[in-house]
Design a binder for this molecule. Structure first.
Ligand code: PMP
Length: 396
């Protein structure tokens, strides 16, 4: 089949392939515990589901404007703005079927062929994929374990130049759980202003932050006008399958992001948008409980992982991922890399994890091996699953 050339440049999120494999193995009767996809095991809170059913019964089943219904954009502007200590207007909000389309649209709308896009590595694979897809040059900014997987601003300074069109940030970060400090954000902001660069900041884990106070780069002086904030409902409200997200951006940019929505989706599902209004304006206690629960799970999984011979795991500050260094374990088992360890764990322990390779190519000078475990499963599964890993790895 003769596909368009650009398809050769499109990457993907291969975590979904592991999810499909887990499903297949389970159908064959295999007992698999998965730490694969980043999908909370909680149910969507009942008040949100009820609002959706009501919207359906009220026949909210028609097209909406491409940028989203006004009550939802107003609710987002108010609360997402307040969360960041900022003021946004409904015209600075675009609703989309998930956070992902905002990433897609922002890169489509702002990045030209030949431009440079800096993205964190290891990182969520869609940034690199999209930058390459539009014909830009994707430039990896290495994140190092020794820096708590934060940005090394000195390295960033060397990468930014007049061809840089965009810097992608993701804090708290997938897959490392790293968080950018206010000081780092200030340095990044200074560079962005100096080189006239767009910031695309993926803040889908902004509320899943355990100790620090959340800071958005958009709230720093002179940054709102050059920043697109990406956020959504998938993680905060356990709504991954609903497909609801949004972007906060300059008023002049919003119609173009919405125009891409008109071309691709016409609009976001109408009754889902009404449920979104309830998610934001309604009782927040379920969402808050989830974060308390994630914190317990984080403490548990990190403790258990550090008890496995050859594993070394930092305490992630946010999101719901543990990212242990497994170099010694690979060596002890005679395995070439984290990909081989992933296969070993699935085969010998019935445990699904994702290897470092799912989050971008290794950086120059990166000699260690890592895996990502998403601790969205129950404490029971974490106890059982990590015990099974330990037994398979230590052979006891
Ligand atoms: N950004 C990051 C960093 C993510 O981890 C994910 C989901 N895994 C998304 C965006 C996509 O979110 P959504 O489901 O709202 O499209």
């Amino acid at each position: 089949m003769q596909l368009a050339k650009r398809m050769g440049r499109l990457g993907t999120e291969t975590a979904f392939e592991v999810a499909a494999l887990v499903g297949k193995l389970r159908l064959q009767g295999k007992d698999i515990i998965t730490f694969g996809l980043g999908e909370p095991n909680f149910d969507t809170p009942m008040n949100i589901k009820k609002a959706c059913i009501k919207a359906l019964n009220d026949n909210q089943t028609h097209y909406t404007t491409s940028n989203g219904i006004l009550p939802l954009r107003q609710a987002i502007a108010k609360t997402a703005g307040a969360f960041r200590g900022m003021e946004y207007d409904a015209d600075e909000v675009v609703v989309a079927p998930g956070a992902k389309p905002i990433l897609f649209n922002a890169i489509m709308a702002l990045v030209d062929e030949g431009d440079e896009v800096i993205y964190p590595n290891p990182g969520y694979p869609i940034y690199e994929s999209m930058a390459n897809f539009v014909g830009a040059k994707s430039i990896a900014l290495p994140l190092w374990e020794k820096n708590g997987f934060s940005f090394d601003v000195e390295v960033l300074k060397k990468l930014v130049n007049k061809k840089t069109k965009m810097i992608v940030l993701n804090s708290p970060q997938n897959p490392t759980g790293g968080v950018l400090s206010k000081k780092d954000l200030e340095e990044i902001a200074k560079l962005a202003k100096e080189f006239n660069v767009w910031i695309l900041t993926d803040e889908v884990y902004g509320k899943i932050l355990y100790d620090d106070k959340f800071v958005s780069i958009a709230s720093l002086p002179g940054m709102k006008e050059r920043t697109i904030v990406v956020d959504g409902f998938s993680k905060t409200y356990a709504m991954t399958g609903w497909r609801l997200g949004y972007g906060l951006m300059p008023k002049e940019l919003a119609p173009f992001i919405a125009k891409l929505e008109t071309n691709a989706n016409s609009c976001t599902n109408a009754f889902v948008q009404h449920a979104g209004v309830e998610a934001i304006n309604g009782d927040q206690s379920e969402a808050e409980k989830m974060v308390v629960e994630f914190k317990k799970r984080r403490d548990l999984i990190v403790k258990l992982l550090n008890e496995i011979k050859g594993f070394k795991c930092q305490m992630p500050k946010g999101a719901f991922y543990a990212f242990p260094n497994v170099t010694e374990a690979c060596k002890n088992l005679g395995l070439k890399d984290s990909k081989a360890l992933q296969a070993f764990l699935l085969d010998k322990a019935g445990i699904a994890v994702l290897s470092r390779t799912y989050f971008g190519p290794k950086n120059v000078g990166e000699n260690d091996e890592y895996i990502r475990l998403s601790y969205v499963s129950s404490e029971d599964d974490i106890n059982k699953g990590v015990a099974r890993m330990k037994k398979a790895i230590e052979g006891k």
